[in-house]
Design a protein around this ligand. Sequence first.
Ligand code: AMP
Length: 425
Amino acid sequence: MPFRALGLDANILKAITEAGYTEPTPIQAAAIPLILGGQDLIGIAQTGTGKTAAFTLPILCKLAGLIGAGQKRGIRVLVLAPTRELVVQIEENVRAYGRHLPLRMATVFGGVGERPQIQALQSGVDIVVATPGRLLDLMGRRFGNFSGLQFLVLDEADRMLDMGFLPDIRRIVQAMPVKRQTMLFSASLSREIEQVTREFQHTPKVVQIGRRANPAETVTQLVYEVPKHLKTDLLVHLLQGPQLNMVLVFVRMKHSADRLAVSLERKGIKTATIHSNRSQNQRLSALKDFKSGRVRVLVATDIAARGIDVDGISHVVNFDFPMHSEDYVHRIGRTGRAHAVGDAISFITSADYGALRMLERFIGRGIVRKRAEGFDYKMAAAPGTHESEHRNRPPQKGSSQPQSSEKSRHGAGQVGHRFKARWQR
Ligand code: AMP
């Protein structure tokens, strides 16, 4: 089905062509006509499915119509998203798709000075994209007039609930006009999400793409079993191959992100990090370097990586296996985006067996186990003497970093010997 069959404005169709899109993704084909028709909508779709354009395109189209009809200017659209990165990416999408329309927008998020955001809100904008915390703060001080709001979007609503934003969102939504169109996007339809939709939406239509929590079909998934103290060496080994050219690596904790980046840099692999201890500017510049190819590896924690929208990621590496199956699905959704083919590689240690089994049940299929060719697993024989062992030492007393269950149960040395025994058999 071509985009032009969906009833979008000519200026938007032009921008879509310039973005290089030839046909709508399934979520776009299903959601765009409903939103154009004035429906409240629940979109069950993961990142990578084209969900941002699924709500942005029809909203921009309706907004252009209102402005064309001479309606008074003011904030008409509010998009709430869980993280600053996601806000920035939605902004980039809105700017790209709305480039031939005379629209103005503001972004609002914490971690940076509020002055420019206040000025933007007061300068007369049509669209506001915001994280709930900072927006509520500014609204509480009477910045931003939302009395003419017509479109409200809750993007990655499941994640906003996980992050404890529900009370803030409730207060924000209560301040919005009752007569409005509300769109909610979530990776899954949980009981909490259903409760939220009952509260904020009016007879919404549900559009669900793919099975629940089904990782993008184009992603090839592999598991490498490796003793914890050899993870860094295995990653370096894999990065020595030619295929891993744009790699997003997930770790559980911000300290590990920094440590891993230092180790990779030492091996001559250009690496950037993105986690919550880094300033907004540092995060944006890390993303920019990654997008431009200046760095080959981006090491991220789950929360900081929310909404990372980078075309061409060749591989996602779960350096630390995710705690929750939902996180796995979110992580691997960063590769194989739209129609590109990507690989998701997970390192597992003996401590992750249970989580892996749960994940396989969750996604409804087994994941292929692989051994890295040419990698010296025998280094496991003397884990205590290996360089990476020192890098992965348990946190010092007083550190906020929780102990990993593996260390506390076995100690890294014992794990090394277990693996040695298994693989030398
Ligand atoms: P999202 O799910 O919104 O994070 O989008 C995932 C990626 O797909 C983004 O990089 C978009 O630029 C891209 N994209 C969105 N719609 C299309 C489309 N119709 N054709 C090709 N790529 C698309």
